[in-house]
Design a protein around this ligand. Structure first.
Ligand code: CP
Ligand code: NVA
Length: 320
């Protein structure tokens, strides 16, 4: 049996699955996405992969702006031999109030998978309830699972391991903070979130993550003090102070000012600590130019790895 056949056989159980928060995936299933992503990255020209999803279509439906997610999903779909169907939210009948439950059932009659970026997580959940094809979360206000997968692939490449790493997220307790709580707990990492008490990560997810991490040898901790949080960090990640769809209020920016990742904060972590950011970045706000452009920064590896983890997930869930 060839490598590709073995790969497909080992992931056969994932056919038909959606990617919503990754809480619904087991650690071994998540590792399978990561391992296949690494394999695809190392073997980009294997002919069978280029036709793996030939004849299939994947809808890409975006309610919010995107550069990385939209392009990397479109390219991933094309590189697997399938056709992307790009849909703007407002240009579809959704913009005129057609119910999610009708849209999900209609699209399921045409396409084999649906990638959605939407403002409210509940919209994604509703879509998934009614769709009869896999649904892929391309970011909601609650969670951004493919970014976290790409970030963990980057850590694995750079550190040679995942379990046991200390990943510290500094800043707004937003969808990226929540994503690290989920994935870190699943994979036995030590995740620390440093955010102001006014802008914490989702308390329900943190409670879940603390328990889940007990099963995997990891841990989830929420602190207020960024300086305390980054001690001994293998990686520090941050994100914008104001996410898409959030109200941009001066008081929030003022509270978050002391959560900027700068040279002084990086110096408190391990000497080989990586700097991570999902991008887009605001230099001078959540991160300094010196840090994002410095030797510890891996932000463009993270961006590239979006392609590989998404290609892996599409391959494994949409293959016959
Ligand atoms: N990191 C990320 O999801 O970027 P986009 O908003 O450009 O897709
Ligand atoms: N937290 C950011 C991530 C962007 C990729 C947002 O939701 O806007």
């Amino acid at each position: 049996m060839g490598l590709v056949e073995r790969l497909m056989e080992s992931t056969a159980g994932l056919t038909g699955r959606s990617v919503l928060t990754l809480q619904e995936w087991t650690p071994n299933e998540i590792k399978s996405i990561l391992m296949t992503a690494a394999w695809l990255k190392a073997n980009p020209k294997v002919a069978q992969i280029r036709y793996a999803l030939a004849g299939k279509s994947v809808a890409l439906l975006f309610e919010l702006p995107s550069t990385r997610t939209r392009v990397s999903f479109q390219v991933a779909v094309e590189q697997l031999g399938a056709s992307p169907v790009i849909m703007g939210w407002t240009e579809s009948q959704l913009g005129r109030g057609e119910p999610i439950k009708d849209t999900a059932r209609v699209l399921s009659r045409y396409v084999d998978g649906i990638v959605i970026r939407c403002r409210h997580h509940e919209t994604l959940a509703e879509f998934n309830r009614w769709a009869s094809v896999p649904v892929f979360n391309a970011l909601t206000d609650r969670i951004h699972p493919f970014q976290a997968l790409a970030d963990v692939l980057t850590l694995w490449e750079r550190k040679g391991r995942i379990a046991g790493l200390k990943l510290v997220y500094v800043g707004d307790g937003n969808n990226m903070a929540n994503s690290y709580v989920v994935l870190g707990a699943k994979l036995g990492m030590h995740v620390v979130i440093a955010s102001p008490k006014e802008y914490p990560p989702d308390p329900g997810l943190v409670e879940w993550g603390v328990k889940e991490a007990l099963l995997t040898g990891g841990s989830v901790t929420v602190l207020e003090d960024p300086t305390e949080a980054v001690a001994g960090a293998d990686a520090i990640s941050t994100d914008v102070f104001v996410s898409m769809g959030q109200e941009d209020i001066e008081a929030k920016r003022a509270l978050l000012a002391r959560y900027q990742v700068n040279g002084a904060l990086m110096a408190r972590a391990k000497p080989d600590c990586l700097f991570m950011h999902c991008l887009p970045a605001h230099r001078g706000e959540e991160v300094t130019e010196e840090v994002i452009e410095g030797p510890q920064s891996v932000v463009f590896d993270q961006a590239e790895n979006r392609l590989w983890v998404q290609k892996s997930a599409l391959l494994q869930t949409l293959s016959d």
